[in-house]
Design a protein around this ligand. Structure first.
Ligand SMILES: *Cc1c(COP(=O)(O)O)cnc(C)c1O
Ligand code: SF4
Length: 366
């Protein structure tokens, strides 16, 4: 029997309110005072919240806040969403490491591959992750998408016949109401060359009550729909987040997971294995694990690439093949898989490979 972390409403909060995503969005933690209902913030956290107020929004859903450990500043969930002063030490970070602005044919459409795009449909998330790659835009009013601008992006997709795969991202597309999302996907579905629509959303993790039966019914009408969500730690797997993912899967939507490799949070083989095995148990397929980008204020989250490669090498052969995500480095030229080299090349008439247990195998290959 597995034991999951369980979200708990603070005293006085009605359970029906708590499980309403609208209530959750309206009652988000926005400052030190709200935060104190869930954890005992350290002096360092309090000072970082104050100093970072102007730079990168601090917002947490009550649901996610309730999963954090009250008196452990190293809690892997707390570290993802509560700033610390290390975030103020800039290092060599860049605001837009993937040069996404230069890869945008129209506002908020990012194209690095011939046949598919990331379409940033909004700039809002349920909460803001301190390591976010799109820090420059999420939570920033200037990146808000007006309906007219969405229309311009849709027109661009309609007149670009190579685009067969549209990834709705942001921000988070599930921050939209069902009606608005229905309208947007409906417009994409009118474009004959758009074969698949994917949603990149962290809401199954940060606000699982957003995944309602009504949402799934609506999405089902637009199949094929694929979803990628973003769990980073086994403690994010709760009865509520399991229910959210299972609803999506039961609606015929393949659900994948993208993790970010984060120092002190999930950068050890045991945690990574536990996370991905739990995902597979709930029918969520591990997809990518991203190397954290070199970004302003995220140096304290970064793992050396060599260490990441070694971590995934240790998982190979020790768990189900489909419980291992592809470790990738995102670059302005797209995602590049980074793996331990197991193809050792040709030796005479043999092709030489290294197996997961370190054994060298020579495959006759004249
Ligand atoms: C990640 C990404 C995609 C999708 O890539 P897949 O490898 O097909 O999942 C498409 N466009 C952009 C800009 C991306 O960053
Ligand atoms: S949910 Fe995704 S886009 Fe939003 S802040 Fe977190 S990492 Fe960034």
């Amino acid at each position: 029997m597995r034991h999951f972390n369980v979200d708990r409403a603070p005293e006085g909060v009605d359970r029906d309110d708590w499980e309403s995503h609208i209530w959750q969005m309206q009652h988000r933690v926005r400052g030190a005072e709200d935060l104190a209902r869930y954890i005992d913030p350290t002096a360092d956290e309090l000072s970082a919240i104050e100093k970072l107020a102007e730079t990168f929004r601090f917002v947490i859903t009550p649901y996610y806040a309730s999963l954090m450990e009250r008196d452990n500043p190293d809690c892997p969930l707390r570290r993802q969403v509560v700033p610390v002063s290390e975030e103020l030490w800039d290092g060599a970070g860049l605001a837009d490491p993937l040069d996404e602005v230069a890869h945008s044919p129209v506002k908020n459409v990012i194209r690095v591959y011939p046949d598919r795009i990331a379409f940033c449909v909004n700039n809002e998330c349920a909460l803001y992750c301190r390591f976010c790659l799109r820090k420059r835009m999420v939570g920033e009013p200037e990146w808000t998408m007006q309906k007219r601008e969405l229309g311009e992006a849709l027109d661009w997709i309609a007149r670009t016949p190579e685009i067969r795969d549209v990834l709705l991202t942001g921000g988070d597309p599930l921050v939209y109401t069902d009606d608005r999302l229905d309208w947007l996907i409906g417009r994409l579905r009118e474009i004959p060359h758009v074969e698949i629509v994917r949603l990149g959303t962290r809401l199954p993790v940060t606000l699982p009550y957003r995944v309602t039966d009504a949402l799934c019914e609506m999405l089902k009408r637009h199949h094929p729909i694929w979803v990628n969500t973003h769990f980073n730690h086994p403690k994010e797997i709760t009865p509520a987040s399991i229910a959210a993912c299972e609803k999506l899967v039961n609606a015929g939507i393949p659900v994948g997971n993208q993790t970010v490799l984060l120092k002190g949070i999930n950068d050890d083989p045991a945690t990574m294995k536990q996370l991905n095995e739990a995902l597979v148990a709930m029918r969520v397929r591990p997809y990518y694990c991203y190397q954290a980008q070199l970004l302003d204020g995220t140096a304290h989250f970064r793992v050396r690439i060599e260490d990441g490669i070694e971590l995934f090498r240790e998982l190979r052969g020790r768990t189900s093949g489909f419980a291992i995500p592809q470790y990738v480095l995102d670059t302005p030229h797209g995602k590049v898989p980074i793996t331990h080299q197991t193809s050792l090349g040709r030796d005479g008439d043999d092709y030489v490979v290294e197996a997961w247990d370190g054994e060298i195998w020579r495959e006759p290959n004249p």
